[in-house]
Write a protein that binds this ligand. Structure first.
Ligand SMILES: O=P(O)(O)OC[C@H]1O[C@H](O)[C@H](O)[C@@H](O)[C@@H]1O
Length: 509
């Protein structure tokens, strides 16, 4: 069975009353799943158990369990780049078929852990303590570390602050260096390719800032790099002893578990970082070992594929009811949209309509309720919502936290059931309901639960890619813009349309 064959179910359910659907017997057992301390509740989706069974059969027919196993073994599943996909192996190299690769991954972990321990010493930077970490990177070399750093605020080392620079606007680096003392600043350049324009230009500028105040030697002592191209980092001028290489098979948007996540490890310490990896590993084990019917990551992928490919909804809203998860939507945008924003199947054939990922958007739940939720409740379009909550008894002792989570529960119910309008303005006040949502409960914001949350999303993206039949691990679509920017900077206008030439003239390029 393919996703396209599920259209009949979607049509059958299109007009169904969600209040009836949600009361379907057996729904609680089938659509509420637990793994790695997380609870995934899909009861508010526009599907019934018959459709759910068909979705599970689709995953079986697409050989999803075999695909998870192939990734864990290190098979070459990134076919357009001819390499394995190693983010899961960064957390647990034991499942890899190649022992030499497993030992390289273990070695990389040990090196950054030792460096993170050393950075905690009061004389770590040529006699000075580290007070400011400046992470220079973009895309996967920025979004993951930045998100996790924010989320793990409660676990940060005392007196150490990290700032993140990704943008070419000079203000970005200026802001990151604001209040920093060069003596106590460590600049971390993170770039898988070590060719990314934004990162290299900001890296040069940061090095210049250090060198102007401390001289070349002083600057060198405060520079380190994480990359899959160590030769290029050395050419750039980073001391090879401070270059932390990682494998080409670790995709940028999946790289926070590799040396690319070094800013996290430096900021929270190696032990807390290991707990993050452990939480992800528990979710990996669930994805790999649990039968499809109770496999949380597979279920999340199936629900999202149902909404996107079968129901035809083009976007999904992520509402995080935790301030410290504010950057989750931005992180997921890259993870999902670079992975699933494709038009070609593995063999190059055109994908069937809607067999690619949804647009992801969102923010903090409380804030969204006062902005976009009007559109979600009464707009003409439907976007399924993921509600993400901290289900932690000590957190709930604070009346504001109780109110926060009451709002989360209320919004899900309102989207499902709606309300008839009354009186003169009935048409304006009516809320149709019948709109889909899922809820993810985290047992508080801990390194483990955060690791599990991220791994869940990585795996659900993979599950979707298997169902759609596309390669989630390349991103050729970002290359054209980069090449054209290089041409513009070099003054070569030959390939540009008249509007581009005019814009370049107006900008003084
Ligand atoms: O880590 P880097 O090689 O510097 O790449 C940084 C980012 O830029 C690329 O253009 C890709 O779109 C991203 O997937 C990547 O994470």
């Amino acid at each position: 069975m393919t996703l396209a064959a599920l259209d009949a179910h979607a049509r059958r359910l299109a007009g169904a009353d969600m209040r009836t659907l949600i009361a379907e017997p057996g729904r609680d057992d089938a659509l509420v799943l637990e793994a790695a301390g997380l609870v995934f509740d899909a009861r508010r989706q526009r599907l019934d158990l018959q459709a759910w069974k068909a979705l599970l059969n689709t995953a079986q027919d697409a050989r999803l369990p075999e695909a998870f196993a192939a990734m864990a073994r290190g098979d070459v599943i990134n076919t357009t780049e001819s390499r394995p996909v190693l983010h899961m192996a960064c957390r647990n190299p034991d499942r890899l078929a190649d022992p030499a690769l497993a030992s390289r991954l273990r070695g990389a972990r040990e090196r950054t852990a030792a460096f993170a321990d050393a950075i905690g010493a009061p004389d770590a930077l040529a006699g000075h303590p580290v007070r400011r970490i400046v992470n220079i990177g973009i895309g996967g070399s920025d979004l993951g570390p930045r998100f996790i750093y924010d989320a793990l605020k409660a676990w940060r080392r005392e007196g150490v602050e990290a700032r993140f620079v990704s943008n070419l606007d000079p203000a970005d680096l200026d802001d990151a260096l604001e209040g920093a003392e060069p003596e106590t600043t460590l600049v971390v350049i993170v770039s898988k390719s070590f060719t990314t324009q934004e990162t290299l230009m900001n890296g040069q500028a940061a090095r210049g800032w250090l060198a102007a105040r401390l001289g070349e030697k002083g600057a060198d002592a405060r520079l380190c790099a994480a990359t899959a191209a160590p030769d290029k980092a050395a050419e750039f001028g980073v001391d090879p002893a401070r270059i932390f290489p990682f494998e080409g098979g670790v995709g940028g948007r999946y790289s926070l578990w590799s040396p690319a996540g070094i800013a996290i490890e430096l900021a929270v310490g190696a032990k807390v970082y290991a707990r993050l990896l452990h939480g992800a590993r528990v979710m990996d084990d669930d994805a790999l070992e649990t039968p499809l019917a109770t496999n949380l990551a597979a279920a999340k992928g199936l629900v999202d594929a149902w909404n996107r490919a079968v129901r035809g909804l083009p976007s999904r809203c992520v509402a995080a009811y935790s301030s410290r998860l504010e950057r989750l939507p931005a992180y997921l945008q890259q993870l999902e949209m670079e992975s699933l924003g494709k038009s070609a199947a593995h063999d190059g054939a055109a994908l069937p309509p809607r067999h690619s990922g949804a647009l992801v958007w969102g923010g903090r739940g409380s804030d969204l309720q006062h902005s976009v939720f009007q559109w979600l409740h009464q707009g003409q379009d439907e976007a399924p919502v993921d509600f993400i909550a901290l289900n932690d008894s000590s957190f709930m002792e604070d009346p504001r936290a109780r109110a926060l989570n009451a709002n989360l529960a209320a919004q899900g119910a309102a989207l499902t059931t709606g309300r008839a309008g009354e009186g003169e303005l009935a048409a304006h006040k009516a809320i149709a309901g019948g709109r889909a949502s899922s809820t993810i409960l985290m047992p508080g914001l801990t390194p483990e639960s955060l690791g599990a949350l991220v791994a869940l999303h990585e795996h659900k993206v993979f599950a979707e890619s298997v169902l759609y039949g596309l390669n989630a691990f390349d991103q050729w679509g970002v290359e054209l813009g980069k090449a054209l920017a290089r041409d513009l900077l070099s003054g070569d206008m030959s390939g540009f349309d008249p509007a581009a030439r005019d814009l370049a003239r107006r900008l003084g390029l």
